[in-house]
Design a protein around this ligand. Structure first.
Ligand code: HEM
Length: 132
């Protein structure tokens, strides 16, 4: 026993589906509207509807919430999906800055925000390294 209950997943601490949706929509809203992230925005499709849906589905799974998105997809490899996109240290930094801005004031649980920031940073760094 580690003392954790079903309510202790990162998904629950973020606020469940509502929290996942809020973070996702805010992330892409910032990416779309802030010129500082123009290079990152340009890597994405003109219409962000699909990636908004996919990122939310991925986040739910990644944070220990419902896994329906993965079930529908049949499988998903985050690193393979980003290999070949030409991610540079600059665009990885833009992604992280966008995400930090999106999390700020939205993720009420500071420890969770810190953990997510660490995990996002490692992933983004690895993606930039592979993209070189
Ligand atoms: C390092 C900086 C990153 C860049 C530049 C980047 C860029 C992209 C791009 C260009 C797409 C394709 C979207 C489209 O076609 O419109 C995408 C998709 C996606 N990204 Fe990233 N990404 C980064 C980091 C991350 C990280 C850290 C995560 C997860 C924590 C992530 C999760 C996703 C997911 C789930 C999709 C949808 C893929 C699919 O449904 O096939 N990305 N990303």
């Amino acid at each position: 026993m580690n003392g954790e209950t079903d309510k202790d997943t990162a998904y629950d601490r973020l606020g469940g589906e509502a929290g996942v949706q809020a973070l996702t929509q805010r992330f892409y809203d910032i990416m779309e509207s802030d010129p500082a992230y123009a290079a990152l925005r340009a890597m994405h499709a003109p219409d962000l509807t699909q990636v908004r849906e996919d990122f939310a589905g991925f986040l739910s799974l990644w944070l220990g919430g419902p896994r329906d998105w993965l079930t529908r997809r049949g499988g998903f490899c985050l690193m393979s999906r980003h290999a070949g996109l030409g991610i540079t240290p600059e665009t990885a930094e833009q992604w992280l800055a966008t995400m930090r801005q999106a999390m700020e004031g939205l993720v009420a649980d500071e420890a969770l925000q810190h953990k997510m920031d660490n995990a996002f940073s490692r992933l983004a760094e690895a993606m930039a390294w592979r993209g070189r």
